[in-house]
Structure formats: structure tokens, C-alpha cells
Design a protein around this ligand. Structure first.
Ligand SMILES: Nc1ncnc2c1ncn2[C@@H]1O[C@H](COP(=O)(O)OP(=O)(O)OP(=O)(O)O)[C@@H](O)[C@H]1O
Length: 290
């Protein structure tokens, strides 16, 4: 088990969980990012933002070993990235299972443990059960983990998906819009569970989202991608009218309305193709803004 690590303090030196250096990824003529450097420290919570098609999911897929870089490198805890690396956990977008799915909540969590493939001896079965129970406890899901998945609410199912990702005891947690289509209460709950994990275990979190506010209280840094350009910094540094206007190459305003960050800006034509930003509402509290 990894040792508990307190929440990071900005500027504090901590061991690197992931190091991306000089990375370039393109599809045909389209360069998603080039010269991209990011070191994710243990216990750090980094949000990845940007309009549709800016390369957020591709960044996660690169770290999952599904996409190969054109240039640059990725290391995880100092060693070269491997496809199917068991130190990397992944939480996908919320997908609701319907009533016909013959799985219980704990079966879903067990699939994460099985990814580690230990064979079937009695000792392994006991260890498997203990890991599943531990992951279920980490997301406070004991009360409903034995119910059929299809009978659980979207928020309950998503908490079990977080447990599935945690069951492999990951050093790095990749989250692909895990709050999408959850109501605000469940968004807050899932975000807090992920924050607790990085505080208690020093797991580094890379969190792709269109909505910053539900996670803003936890975020150490933001990676903002727009049409091949990017900025990396604290929310205070990146979420400003000046920085986003530069990134979008048109006038964009970042407003702080009673603690909610609201980005109001460019029309479609100014943001190239379908990458338009008319208004993004980021729910939650923030002291980051102009
Ligand atoms: N395997 C692939 N082959 C070709 N093009 C791809 C591939 N994967 C992604 N792309 C393209 O790369 C661009 C970035 O895609 P990606 O899914 O990373 O964007 P995103 O920022 O996550 O978008 P969204 O917010 O809509 O989910 C898109 O134009 C997409 O069509």
C-alpha cells in the first residue's frame, strides 16, 4: 500500500508520478499539442480543460498507452509508460447500466481487481475480496454494493466506477469527465471522493472536464488546451480573461459570479470549426478569477 500523503501545497517539491516531456501528438495534419511538458506530482490534482476536439481525451489515451506520441516521452514513477500499466487507474464518463445488466455493484468493482490477473487460489480469492471491500469502503458504497447494478442511481453507479478504478491501488488516476450527467449533489460527492483518495494515498489525479467549478476547491493546477495552444498553471493564473483571450485568440471574459467562474466569449467562427465557446459555466466556489 502507498503511504498516506497530505494534500499538496503549491510550490512544494514532491516526487513525480508522471512526467510528460516534449510531447507531440497529431492526427494527419492536425497537431493536438506539441512541445508539451507536464510533471504531475504525487498527490497533485490537475484539471484538463478546453473546447471540444482540443485533445483532452487524447491526452488521457496517451497516458493509457493507447496513443503513441509523435515525439517526446512519458514516464510513470520514473519508468517508461507501458500499455495496461496497473499503476494507472481510469474513471470513464458516466454510463448508466440498465435494469437488465446481471451484475451487482461489487462485481463491477471486482473487474478492476481482475485486471491484475492473479489466478484463482483460495489465498488470491481472499485477497481479491479484501481489495474489493476496501475499494467499496473508500467510496462509502457498502450500503448498496450488493444490489444489482441496474437498480442503482447514476450517482451510485459512478461511485462504484470510482471504486473499480481505485481497486488496483493506482498511483495515477485518469478521469474522463466522470461528473457528466450527475446532479450537483452527486458531482460534489464524487469529486470529494477523488480528492480524498489523493490526500490519503498520494494518488496523482488528471481530471478532464468541461465544468471546473465542482472540482475547483481541489484543483492545484489547470491544463487548458485550445486548438494546439495550451497554458498550464494554477486556476488563478490560467482562468483569467487575459490568458483565455490569448488562448482562444479572441476576446474572452472570465467572470466570478458569487464564487462561480463563468467564461463568456468567442463565437464559433473565432474558435475554428466546431471548437466554439459561447458560455461555459463552472459551478462551485472559487477565489480564482480576476
Ligand atoms: N484515433 C484517432 N484518429 C484520428 N483522429 C483522432 C483520433 N482520436 C482523436 N482524434 C481527433 O483528435 C481531436 C481531439 O480529440 P479528443 O477526443 O482528444 O478531444 P477532446 O478535447 O477530448 O474533445 P471533447 O471535449 O469533444 O471530448 C479530434 O478532432 C478528434 O477527431
Amino acid at each position: 500500500m502507498t503511504q498516506p500523503v497530505p494534500a499538496p501545497v503549491f510550490g512544494e517539491q514532491r516526487p513525480a508520478a508522471v512526467t510528460i516531456s516534449g510531447a507531440r501528438l497529431s492526427f494527419g495534419h492536425r497537431v493536438l499539442w506539441d512541445d508539451f511538458d507536464l510533471t504531475l506530482a504525487r498527490g497533485e490534482f490537475v484539471a484538463v480543460l478546453g473546447p471540444n476536439g482540443s485533445g483532452k481525451t487524447s491526452l488521457l489515451k496517451t497516458l493509457l498507452g493507447q496513443y503513441e506520441l509523435d515525439a517526446g516521452s512519458v514516464t510513470v514513477e520514473g519508468r517508461a509508460l507501458r500499455r495496461g500499466d496497473s499503476t494507472i487507474g481510469y474513471i470513464p464518463q458516466q454510463q448508466t447500466h440498465d435494469e437488465g445488466v446481471p451484475l451487482r455493484g461489487r462485481d463491477l468493482v471486482g473487474l478492476g481487481v481482475d485486471g491484475q490477473a492473479w489466478g484463482v487460489g483460495w489465498r488470491n480469492r481472499k485477497r481479491r475480496m479484501a481489495l474489493v471491500d476496501d475499494a467499496i469502503a473508500q467510496v462509502d458504497a457498502r450500503d448498496f454494493a450488493d444490489a444489482p447494478l441496474g437498480l442503482l442511481s447514476g450517482g451510485e453507479q459512478q461511485r462504484l466506477r470510482v471504486a473499480q478504478a481505485l481497486s488496483g491501488n493506482p498511483t495515477v488516476l485518469l478521469c474522463d469527465e466522470p461528473l457528466l450527467s450527475l446532479d450537483p449533489a452527486n458531482q460534489g460527492r464524487v469529486a470529494a471522493l477523488i480528492d480524498r483518495r489523493r490526500r490519503d494515498h498520494g494518488t496523482a489525479v488528471l481530471f478532464v472536464t468541461h465544468e471546473l467549478n465542482p472540482i475547483l476547491p481541489y484543483v492545484d493546477r489547470v491544463v487548458y488546451l485550445v486548438d494546439g495552444r495550451f497554458r498550464i498553471g494554477t486556476p488563478k493564473e490560467v482562468m483569467t480573461s487575459e490568458t483565455l483571450s490569448e488562448l482562444y485568440q479572441t476576446r474572452v471574459d472570465v467572470l466570478n459570479v458569487q464564487g462561480r467562474l463563468i467564461v463568456v466569449g468567442a463565437d464559433e467562427s473565432a474558435c475554428h470549426g466546431d471548437h466554439h465557446l459561447t458560455e461555459q459555466q463552472f459551478a462551485g466556489t472559487s477565489e480564482a478569477s480576476e
